[in-house]
Design a protein around this ligand. Structure first.
Ligand SMILES: C[S@@+](CC[C@H](N)C(=O)[O-])C[C@H]1O[C@@H](n2cnc3c(N)ncnc32)[C@H](O)[C@@H]1O
Length: 333
């Protein structure tokens, strides 16, 4: 998301007041499976409504919004996906990012508690229903991480010398999106994904689905207190992990990661970082950490670079990736 330019400040400001409506239209259309229904077929509003068990008149109004937003196409009385919705919103596509929207929809409830978080500088404890729904929320969350990771992997790989990397550790690696993607592109690469037990089970399934069990493994580990998987590694990748923790914990994670590297190995931090990346996206993500984690926040590039140097990492470089995230990496001296 970009900040307002001087020439369209009022329109931009007004559009902020209605952007939640556009989000809701998109969330509900993805949740209904509307784009899957329209994958390849021109359909009448009536048959869309009957397939989705909805009121035909209301569906026509929903379709009209999607047409106006350029997400669907219309020919005569029939509707179909555009190239954009076909590529990103149909579950059969390898670029599918529907899980990202489902996770964003699930953030509406914690975001509705913003007032209380602002008063207390602390997240509101999730209610009993939300806690009981944890397995479903975890699937949505890891699915969203995976969707973003699949979009970002190529951009990240462009900055890393993976052709010279033998072993990598993906710390807090989720379902192994990056480890799988990097290893698919670099057939000599061996990767270890380390994450918490419930996530590791999903990672193992993902690695198996990619047929990479011989080169990519997923192991349970709590990176603050447990020893890290046995190294040394040529590369340690820490993606979207530091923003969950306070500064002392981040320093501890960085120090342990650096210790697991070979001499000359590369430590990589990928995150929403103040000072690189789109600043509106980073600051909104920082608020998401305020309402959704006990101690998480986004950090300044200078702070993370300082932690890396203190852990013996030199020649630090940075690059903007996509949708607000950036990369910071350097070499173990
Ligand atoms: C925001 S997700 C990022 C996943 C993946 N690295 C990515 O960028 O898509 C953070 C991941 O870190 C894991 N995690 C959080 N705290 C951890 C800890 N103390 N030890 C190991 N993994 C942790 C979570 O379970 C989750 O999978």
């Amino acid at each position: 998301m970009k900040s307002a330019s001087a020439s369209h400040k009022v329109e931009w400001l007004l559009s902020l007041g209605t952007s939640f409506q556009a989000s809701q239209v998109l969330f509900e259309s993805v949740r209904l499976g509307l784009f899957d229904l329209l994958d390849g077929a021109w359909l009448h509003a009536g048959s869309i409504a009957s397939s989705l068990s909805l009121a035909p008149a209301a569906v026509e109004r929903l379709l009209r919004v999607l047409i106006e937003m350029g997400i669907l196409a219309k020919k005569g009385p029939c509707y179909r996906n555009t190239a954009l919705s076909k590529k990103y919103l149909c579950a059969a596509s390898s670029f599918y990012i529907g899980d990202f929207f489902m996770h964003r929809q699930s953030l509406q409830q914690p975001w509705s508690e913003l007032k209380a978080s602002l008063k207390n500088n602390f997240m509101v404890r999730p209610d009993r229903n939300r806690l009981a729904d944890y397995p479903r929320q975890l699937k949505k969350f890891t699915g969203a991480m995976d969707a973003l990771g699949r979009l970002k992997s190529e951009h990240i790989m462009a900055h890393l010398a993976l052709a010279d990397t033998g072993r990598m550790l993906d710390l807090g690696g989720g379902i192994g999106t990056y480890a799988v993607h990097f290893s698919t592109r670099h057939p000599h690469l061996q990767a270890v994904v380390c994450d918490l037990p419930d996530v590791v089970r999903l990672a193992q399934r993902n690695i198996q689905k990619a047929g990479l069990q011989k080169r990519v493994s997923a192991v349970e580990g709590e990176c603050l207190f447990d020893p890290l998987p046995p190294g040394p590694f040529d590369l340690v990748f820490i993606s979207n992990l530091l923003h969950i923790y306070n500064e002392a914990d981040c320093k501890r994670i960085v120090k342990k990661a650096a210790a697991a590297l070979t001499k000359g190995g590369t430590l990589v931090v990928h995150d929403y970082i103040f000072g690189c990346g789109d600043s509106v996206s980073v600051s909104l993500f920082d608020m998401t950490m305020l309402i959704g984690t006990p101690q998480g926040r986004c950090y300044e590039q200078a702070d993370i670079a300082r932690w890396l140097r203190a852990a013996g990492i030199k020649k630090i470089q940075s690059a903007e990736i996509l949708a607000g995230t950036s990369l910071l990496w350097g070499e173990k001296s």
